[in-house]
Design a protein around this ligand. Structure first.
Ligand SMILES: Nc1ncnc2c1ncn2[C@@H]1O[C@H](COP(=O)(O)OP(=O)(O)O)[C@@H](O)[C@H]1O
Ligand SMILES: [Mg+2]
Length: 369
C-alpha cells in the first residue's frame, strides 16, 4: 500500500510513522530540502507546479493525500486525473480561503462569528456589518495567528486593512469565547463516520500551546459538534480526517475554521485514543475499516515551540510521551510535543504541573483547567 503525501512537515512525518505498522509506505512531496518528514520517509523534492515530477509521484502511489491546506488546488486536481486524491481537492479549495470557508459553513447550517469580505475601496462597509471589536484576517495563507490583527476602533481597523497592502481580506466579529474546542472526525469512503471526543485548546499569541482531551464538561456539547462534522463531511463526500475549530459561547458552538487534514489538537490521539488520527486518516483514504476513536483515560498535549527543552527530565515523568520532529529550532516554530496520559483529570493536572516545573516548560501561567 503506497500513499503519497503532499507536504513534508511534522504532520506528514506522523502520518508516515503511523503507516509502518500497517505496512503502508508513504512518500512525501515537498519543495523544501529540509522537510522533516523526509527523515522517516522517501522525500520527493520538487515544486508543486512541476508537472513531470507530479506525474512520477502519482505513478508510484495508490492514493494521494495532503498534510497542509495551502497546497495549490491545481496541484491536487492535476494529480487527481492520475490517481485518487483524498480528501477531495474541493476541500482544499474551500478551506484555504477564509471567505469561501465561512460561506460554506453557513451553507451547511453551521453557525460562525459574523463576517464580511472587505472591499478595499470601501473598507468601512464591512466593519459596519460585524462591528467592533473585530479581527481582520487575510483570506489566504494565514496560520498560527499570522495574517490577522484584532481592532477595537475604526482607526485600528483601517490600519489593519492597510497593513496587508491590497491582499484579499475578511473581517470577523471578535468572539468573547469561554473556551476554544476542536472536533476531529474521520469519514470513510462508505460514509461511515467516527468522532473523537471534543478537545479543549489553549492558544497563546495565535499558536496552540496546550490541548486537553476529552475536554472537561463537554459531553453535552458533543452531539452538536458531531452533527456539524457530519454535515461538513457528508456535503463534501469527504474521505479522511477533518478538524473543526470551535468557539464555545455559553452552550453555543461557533465554527472558527476547518482543517481538511490531521490537526495539531489531535496529536494526543497517538497515545490517548484507541486509534490515532494519523492511523485513522490512512485507514480512511486506503478504504480500510476505521478504528475506534474512543479515548484511553485523559490526555494533555503540550506543544514545544521555539526550542527543545532538555529531554531527560521529561522522559522521567510517568505517562509522558515525547515527540520531536527533527526540525531546527527557531522562534515560534513547532519543534515537538509531549502528551501526558493519566486515568483522571486530577492526576493529569498533577502530572502536568510536575512536568512544567521539572522540564522548565514555558507554558503560560494562565493555563488552568
Ligand atoms: N473571531 C475571533 N474572535 C476571537 N478570537 C479569534 C477570532 N479569530 C481567531 N481568534 C483567535 O486567534 C486564533 C488563531 O485564529 P485562526 O482563525 O484559527 O487562524 P490560524 O489558526 O489559521 O492562525 C484562534 O485560535 C483564536 O484564539
Ligand atoms: Mg486556527
Amino acid at each position: 500500500m503506497e500513499v503519497g503525501i503532499l507536504g513534508g512537515g511534522q504532520l506528514g512525518r506522523m502520518l508516515a510513522l503511523a503507516g509502518y505498522p500497517l505496512g503502508v509506505r508513504c512518500t512525501v512531496y515537498d519543495p523544501a530540502p529540509d522537510a522533516c518528514a523526509g527523515q522517516v520517509a522517501p522525500h520527493m523534492r520538487a515544486p508543486f507546479d512541476d508537472a513531470d515530477a507530479l506525474a512520477r509521484f502519482a505513478q508510484d502511489t495508490q492514493v494521494i493525500t495532503y498534510e497542509f491546506e495551502n497546497v495549490p488546488v491545481e496541484t491536487a486536481r492535476r494529480l487527481e486525473a492520475q490517481v485518487p486524491v483524498r480528501p477531495t481537492p474541493r476541500a482544499l479549495e474551500l478551506f484555504q480561503d477564509r471567505l469561501l470557508e465561512k460561506q460554506f459553513l453557513q451553507q451547511v447550517g453551521i453557525p460562525t462569528p459574523a463576517f464580511a469580505p472587505i472591499d478595499l475601496e470601501n473598507p468601512a462597509d464591512a466593519l459596519e456589518q460585524v462591528g467592533c471589536p473585530c479581527v481582520v484576517k487575510t483570506r489566504r495563507g494565514g496560520y498560527d495567528g499570522k495574517g490577522q490583527a484584532v481592532a477595537h476602533t475604526l482607526d485600528e481597523y483601517l490600519k489593519a486593512v492597510a497593513r496587508w497592502g491590497g491582499m484579499p481580506l475578511i473581517v470577523e466579529a471578535f468572539v468573547p469565547f469561554e473556551r476554544e474546542l476542536s472536533a476531529i472526525g474521520v469519514r470513510g469512503r462508505n460514509g461511515e463516520m467516527h468522532a473523537y471526543p471534543l478537545v479543549q485548546n489553549h492558544h497563546h499569541e495565535g499558536i496552540l500551546r496546550l490541548s486537553l482531551a476529552p475536554a472537561p464538561d463537554s459531553n453535552t456539547l458533543l452531539p452538536t459538534a458531531q452533527e456539524y462534522l457530519k454535515r461538513l463531511m457528508d456535503a463534501l463526500q469527504y474521505v479522511g480526517v477533518l478538524a473543526l475549530e470551535l468557539f464555545q459561547v455559553g452552550d453555543q458552538l461557533l465554527a472558527n475554521e476547518v482543517a481538511p487534514r490531521v490537526h495539531n489538537s489531535g496529536h494526543w490521539t497517538i497515545e490517548g485514543a484507541h486509534t490515532s488520527q494519523f492511523e485513522n486518516h490512512l485507514r480512511a483514504i486506503l478504504d480500510l475499516p476505521l478504528g475506534s476513536t474512543a479515548p484511553r483515560g485523559v490526555s494533555a498535549m503540550v506543544n514545544l515551540i521555539g526550542d527543545i527543552p532538555p529531554i531527560a527530565p521529561i522522559l522521567r515523568i510517568e505517562g509522558a510521551h515525547l515527540h520531536l520532529y527533527g526540525k531546527t529550532p527557531r522562534a515560534g516554530r513547532k519543534v515537538g510535543h509531549i502528551t501526558l496520559c493519566a486515568d483522571d483529570y486530577k492526576s493529569l493536572k498533577r502530572a502536568l504541573a510536575r512536568m512544567i516545573s521539572r522540564a522548565s516548560l514555558s507554558l503560560p501561567e494562565w493555563v488552568s483547567f
